[in-house]
Design a protein around this ligand. Structure first.
Ligand code: RP5
Length: 288
């Protein structure tokens, strides 16, 4: 894992100043004698009638904390009993704005299309309300929820908030076909999120869904929930996204390029192979 960057940053403006951690001092295995991380936890107002999502203040009181599922695995701090971020030091302890000690699980949909006119690879992105960064329309996995359900629910909430009934019904029809296709898991693991702390961090499962030309042309988009805006963006070198999202887009880009090459090879190579086969057969029958 490369040393996390956003998790040591002040990108989330509601966070107090973190203790500065140089790249070389990020891993827990490297001693950092003067390390004095700042403690920060944001106490959310309880919503009447809703069960509290946040963990208890003292990690030692939480049963089976060390057995919480993580894609990366983690250890507990011997003194405080708090989980240790597998990405290393962040300059901050406690939970920050995250609800859970240890891993906080999300799921992210990467919805792509080829632009109907230019043929460029494009991606659905939303503008986050917290940092203002463009991001994948992902979100937290609800308790007991399957990630395939989360990616679809989050895409609908953040990108499919259509008020016009005709547009809403077109969106529903197209997203059902798109997400019904199953999608491909492109990444599972740690997210370099600006909300991470030494003891609480984001992990995700990122899934790719590609729109065929009709879907890509017709899918209407409207921002909702945590998203201030939504749009199709061209995937090029200038594309910069929240947390680790750009890395997974690069994985999708590579795999789409490989598939396109394979398709071309089949389209142009197949006739050559058939011709060579026919030629060989004709040659054999002439000799016989
Ligand atoms: C990121 O935070 C994940 O990759 C996902 O996109 C997002 C989930 O948090 P919320 O959008 O629900 O705040 O780390």
């Amino acid at each position: 894992m490369a040393p996390h960057v956003a998790a040591r940053s002040q990108e989330n403006k509601t966070y107090p100043m973190r203790f500065a951690v140089p790249d070389a001092s990020v891993p827990w295995s490297v001693p950092f004698p003067g390390y004095q991380p700042i403690k920060y936890v944001f106490m959310r107002k309880e919503e009447p009638g809703k069960p509290s999502f946040a963990d208890a203040a003292d990690p030692k009181t939480i049963a089976n904390l060390k057995d919480r599922f993580s894609h990366e695995g983690f250890a507990l701090d011997a003194t405080t009993g708090a989980p240790l971020n597998p990405g290393g030091r962040t300059g901050m302890t406690d939970r920050g704005r995250l609800g859970k000690w240890g891993p906080n699980h999300a799921a992210d949909p990467l919805v792509t299309r080829y632009h109907p006119e230019t043929g460029e690879l494009q991606l659905v992105v939303i503008k986050r309300k917290d940092t203002g960064a463009w991001a994948l329309p992902g979100g937290m996995v609800d308790p007991g929820e399957n990630v395939s359900t989360t990616v679809r629910r989050e895409f609908k909430e953040e990108a499919g908030n259509l008020q016009d009934p005709a547009a809403a019904s077109r969106f529903n029809e197209l997203e059902a076909a798109l997400f019904g296709s199953g999608g491909t898991v492109v990444y599972k693991g740690y997210v370099d999120d600006p909300r991470n702390t030494d003891n609480a961090w984001m992990e995700t499962v990122a899934m790719h869904f590609h729109c065929d030309s009709e879907m890509g042309r017709l899918l209407p988009l409207e921002a909702g929930d945590d998203a201030a805006k939504v749009k199709w963006v061209t995937v090029d070198a200038s594309l910069n996204l929240y947390a680790s999202h750009r890395e997974w887009v690069s994985l999708v880009e590579k795999s789409m390029r490989r598939k396109a090459l394979l398709r071309k090879a089949l389209i142009f190579g197949l006739p050559v192979l058939v011709a060579a086969g026919v030629y060989a057969l004709v040659g054999k029958s002439k000799k016989a």
